[in-house]
Design a protein around this ligand. Structure first.
Ligand code: PLZ
Length: 445
């Protein structure tokens, strides 16, 4: 258990003087191109609390963007990392292999959907996992086209930036983009012309029609999709959309790639969100929650696909660092032994019922959606679907001022997303939701 007291407690304004002094240095030393969700400097963190350098204890409803699902500095992660750092820090898995890498691959092969023979590789970041998944799919199929979706997010490297939907801030001025990336309409029930019902009926058919007519099924190497879109605003496609895409992929020799970077590792109440409708991706990209905060990512999939690349064709100096692998084994053991999938579902039920109650009171809430410990509200101008990003900014500022860290998302910058660590104590969760309620109330009169 974390030694960090699990109470919200503000002792200065946010940011306090010590944070402010360091933020001045940040502004001098660090490129202004980097964003910042909350203007405080962290000192320690654990459970559901982040303590800043002024001694303010802040409720963490972001988990470092769905990374510390097991909490910051989780016991098994710390113990494994400490032991590993003392044993050796790096040999490069391609120079002298080590057991930890192999054990993480075994765990991924075991935990990802499907009972077929699987293999894995390890990398450093989500973007790198997506890049490699596409490389593998292209090499296996000997095709080039990659299908992605509106509102999708896959990373900031050239290929993954090209796959990412949103221009500002991710793509503006960073072209040229990678070729052979085709973007399809996303099944976004709230914003589908004709509404959610029409979305459920039409989206799959439309996307398949467009793939057939605009690309040609036999030219498509991969369909890449987040089972629930993360940065795009926790967009949950209607039932049948993902299984339908996966079926179309199978029938056309296309590699179906699930980007579970944000949804993976118990976040949605199941180990992977694809499980919800029994979808078995051919390849699955993982990162974030895999290693309790250390940088690690993976691509896992059908052995015949993973083994189709020529020897030496995949790799990288640090991919699957022994320290990150030790952390991952600690994080995965924590998720399994502490049954964090079930816990995520419980957290989700608490958040969802609180958010639905808010939606009844406040007309700026256009929709509550999500699954498990991944819940969002989309803010609109009352009575319309017009996005309301001004409300989002005001709500986030209010919450921060009260010591609650919440994150934004959405193509239109109008989605509040809640992604608490799965070890957050229930009283902190309720407290954060109460403050969110007050925040929305404060701008709703
Ligand atoms: N795929 C589904 O959510 C990362 C981005 C933060 P990396 N999301 C957080 C930011 O603004 O850069 C993400 C994701 C999905 C891929 C990625 C990319 O993962 O580890 O950030 O490269």
């Amino acid at each position: 258990m974390t030694k960090i007291p699990q109470v919200r407690n503000l002792v200065t304004a946010i940011p306090g003087p010590k944070s402010q002094a360091i933020l001045t240095r940040r502004a001098e030393a660090v490129s202004s191109a980097l964003g910042m969700a909350m203007p405080v400097i962290v000192d320690r963190a654990g459970g559901g609390i982040i303590i800043d350098v002024d001694g303010n204890s802040i409720i963490d409803m972001g988990a470092g963007i769905a990374v510390v699902n097991v909490g910051n500095s989780a016991d098994r992660v710390v113990a494994n990392v400490q032991a590993q750092v003392e044993a050796f820090t790096h040999t490069c898995f391609m120079v002298v292999p080590y057991l930890g890498y192999i054990e993480v691959c075994e765990a991924l092969n075991r935990l990802t959907p499907g009972k077929h023979k699987k293999k894995s590789i390890l990398l450093n970041s989500g973007a790198e996992a997506l890049e490699n998944a596409v490389k593998i799919a292209r090499s296996y199929t000997k095709r080039q086209a990659v299908v992605v979706f509106e509102h999708g997010y896959h990373g900031r490297t050239n290929l993954t930036m090209s796959m990412t939907a949103k221009n500002m801030p991710y793509k503006e001025g960073f072209g040229p983009f990678a070729p052979e990336v085709y973007r399809m309409p996303m099944a976004y029930p709230l914003r589908w012309p004709g509404g959610a019902h029409a979305c459920a009926e039409q989206a799959l058919e439309l996307v398949i029609h467009k793939m057939e007519k605009e690309i040609g099924g036999k030219n498509i190497a991969a369909i890449v999709i987040e089972p629930i879109q993360g940065e795009g605003g926790f967009i949950v496609p209607p039932k049948g959309f993902l299984p339908g895409l996966s079926k179309y992929a199978t029938e056309n020799g296309i590699v179906f790639i699930a980007d579970e970077v944000q949804t993976g590792f118990a976040r949605t109440g199941q180990m992977f969100a694809s499980e919800d409708e029994g979808v078995t991706p051919d390849l699955i990209a993982t990162a974030k929650g895999i290693a309790g905060g250390l940088p690690l990512a993976g691509v896992t999939g059908r052995a015949e696909i993973m083994d189709s690349v020529h020897g030496g064709g995949l790799g990288g100096t640090y991919g699957g660092s022994p320290i990150a692998c030790a952390a991952a084994l600690g994080a995965i053991a924590t998720i399994e032994e502490e049954n964090l999938c079930a816990r995520a579902a419980e957290i989700g039920a608490i958040m969802s019922s609180a958010l639905h109650a808010m939606a009844k009171k406040y007309s700026i809430i256009g929709e509550v959606r999500g699954r498990g410990a991944m819940q969002a509200i989309e803010l609109v101008m009352p009575g319309t679907l017009e996005p309301n990003p001004q409300a989002l900014a005001a709500i986030i500022k209010f919450c921060q001022g009260k010591g609650v860290l919440i994150l934004s998302a959405g193509t239109y910058g109008n989605v509040i997303r809640l992604l608490p660590p799965l070890v957050i104590p229930e009283n902190l969760l309720h407290e954060a939701l109460d403050i969110l309620d007050q925040a929305i109330g404060s701008i709703s009169s």
